[in-house]
Design a protein around this ligand. Sequence first.
Ligand code: TRP
Length: 430
Amino acid sequence: MSTTRFLTGITTTGTPHLGNFVGSIRPSVAASLSPNVQSFYFLADYHALIKCEDPVRIQRSTLEIAASWLAAGLNPDHVTFYRQSDIPEIPELNWLLSCVTGKGVLNRAHAYKASQDKNLAAGREADDGVTAGLFMYPVLMGADILMFKAHKVPVGRDQIQHIEMARDMAASFNHLYGEHFVLPEAAIDDHVATLPGLDGRKMSKSYDNTIPLFSSRDQLKKLIGGILTDSRAPGEPKEVDGSALFQIYQAFATPEETEALRKAYADGIAWGDAKSTLLERVDQVIAPMRAQYEELIHNPARIEATLLAGAERARALATPFIRELRSAVGLRSLAQATTAAKPAKAAKAALPSFKQYREADGKFYFKLVDADGRLLLQSTGFDAPKEAGQAIARLQREGLGALAGHIAPVEGVADAQVSAALAALAEAAA
Ligand code: TRP
């Protein structure tokens, strides 16, 4: 039975909140327990540097996030759980991928474009405050994913474009250097709820409306007390639609319990009582994990050891793979024979090619360009596309001499260059 490999990264900025738990931690831990699945979860601390320049916060957040995932039941014996910065092969792969990724592709990344749009809207220069790290974010993410040959990458919708980019990087590399990478796919779980925060907007650090996952019970009570409600009095029927309180409850309760609260809303439950109901239900889920979390967070050396053990397992795959990739691109021992055959695809990628097109004069033309797109040969106009095609065929069969009169000279290109290009094409076709 073949196994599917899942991989996902968690950026180590900030403290996990209930929204992270419901949207990411809980479903990921559950998925890691299914059979025929291999899971790789890692702390994306290199990515964190793009958003956060506070070393203490980076370290603290790495600790808190690791402790949260472990407390929530992630089993490091079943899952490869590691820290990105413990895998030096990842930044190395980042460079190899940078060299096969179009700059224009990165220009179109949503996150980068959003920064630019914000700058322009504020009357600043488009790239104001944009680091090269932010610009390169998708490539580093591609390295994370491709390094471990992940099939599926569970992410939020906002990350789909990054997975598509990783796929394109893998395809470009494979095309140039032979089949080395698995083409990954995003895995989007539509059943996972986005949790509203205290003010009813999506729970997010950027809105400052979160409930930390491992608040003490007292803190939890205080925060839940602050959830925005309307002004309906006890006894007045209440709306579940748009009620943040109800939605958070639903994410922690069984369907039966949710139905019971829906009915209580209709029957006019007092907001204070609804909040107590929510507190008890959330605390019931969190309390056992909280005990675990406290124990872990006070034992950072144990977490460190867990992460290093995970890194060792990850590197057992990464080290030989990067060796293979280095060799594929030509970063090889000089003692090795240099005549080793190029992979067929690389040869193909470097070939000249014919391009056919129609000009404004209505006539049909072709040209021959080298692998870098430089013009080698230019035809005169033909009345029909078929004639242009036949001319190309004759040229390939009989050589340059066959087309005298149908070729416009290209400045600076010798006939010998054209003949060499034709010979290369013929050889590749043979
Ligand atoms: N960019 C992801 C996020 O912000 C985190 C991340 C980094 C990631 N590398 C990854 C996710 C690789 C999946 C795979 O959520």
